[in-house]
Design a protein around this ligand. Structure first.
Ligand code: ADP
Ligand code: MG
Length: 305
């Protein structure tokens, strides 16, 4: 892996090519699923999950979710608040059990299935250890794996450099800004070299400027490491700016409604006409749904980029 500078520049080459702005419904996707996804990094089949509310009625959080993700894809799953995004991600991470359905993941060579350790989850609010320094937070997982000291130090330094935090290795978590904390969380996940990064609205609490810096950093890391990323958000613009595929969910129960393959380069202008067209379609898909939480899902974050 090439370890790059401070992450302030967008070191992504534009992928010049056709842009597929048409979007496809899940029926169209399922018709030629085997054809479209010869290789897959993660295969989610018929996942459903319901929760008991106040000891009596059950709510169907997600229903019959099918999603195949190719190795190296950057998939954004976008949907209004409460539509079941975190529930799905927690199931994929192995933190929660589905009522039905399966999650399989394979190493890139497709040679048999990999253990769940190849998927790492980064939460909305970074769950770092306040009693450890930045360096020790990043080193934590390596120490659990009994990585030799020298190798551990070398890896931690590389990844702190990648996320632009080399000068803060001795700082404690309370001394960092929100963006820096998420950089530590990214380094801590990446240092363990997972095949798949699962990200649950990791930038939702950040201001616009910091969020944009994090978009650049994440795209740079994706380009350099070739990781498969599943990123969930209720922020439509975030999904349009970042992903190679946008998958749209609606709520009550959480269903996948459409997807858009974003076969265009970076950086992206959400103001451009084709992007605005997709944006309107996605927002319409949210609003068309009768669930009451939909409006709440469209916070100012979705329109401020
Ligand atoms: P999102 O991440 O899209 O905002 P969640 O996956 O957190 O949505 O929640 C989906 C639905 O499931 C919501 O109605 C939520 O209240 C419900 N839910 C999630 N986790 C639990 C739980 N542990 N117990 C009961 N209800 C839950
Ligand atoms: Mg959530």
């Amino acid at each position: 892996m090439t370890v790059a500078g401070n992450g302030s520049e967008l070191a992504i080459e534009g992928i010049v090519g056709k842009a597929d702005f048409t979007g496809r419904t899940m029926e169209q996707i399922n018709e030629n699923k085997e054809e479209s996804f010869g290789r897959w990094a993660i295969k989610i089949q018929n996942i459903s999950k319901s929760f008991e509310v106040r000891g009596k009625e059950r709510i169907e959080a997600i229903k019959d979710i099918n999603l195949w993700i190719e190795p190296g894809e950057f998939v954004c799953l976008v949907g209004p608040s409460g539509c079941g995004k975190s529930t799905l991600l927690n199931i994929i991470a192995g933190l929660e059990q589905p009522d039905s359905g399966t999650v399989e993941s394979c190493p890139v060579n497709g040679d048999g299935c990999a253990p769940q350790g190849n998927r790492l989850l980064i939460f909305q609010e970074s769950a770092l250890f306040p009693w450890l320094t930045v360096f020790d937070n990043v080193a934590y997982g390596l120490k659990l794996r009994h990585t030799p000291k020298e190798k551990c130090e070398q890896l931690v330094h590389s990844y702190l450099e990648l996320v632009g935090l080399s000068h803060f290795k001795k700082a404690y978590i309370h001394q960092l800004s929100g963006g820096m904390k998420q950089r530590v969380a990214l380094a801590r996940a990446l240092v363990l070299d997972p095949e798949i990064l699962l990200m649950d609205e990791p930038f939702a609490a950040l201001d616009i400027k910091t969020r944009k810096d994090m978009y650049q950093l994440l795209l740079k890391i994706w380009k350099e490491t070739g990781k498969t990323i599943l990123f969930i958000t209720h922020n439509v613009d975030e999904a349009l700016i970042l992903s190679s595929r946008v998958v749209v969910m609606s709520s009550r129960p959480g269903l996948i409604k459409r997807e858009y393959r974003m076969e265009m380069g970076y950086p992206r202008m959400v103001e451009s006409a084709p992007m605005q067209k997709i944006r309107c379609e996605i927002l319409q898909a949210f609003i068309d749904h009768p669930a009451s939480e939909v409006q709440g899902g469209l916070s100012d974050e979705t329109v401020d980029e």
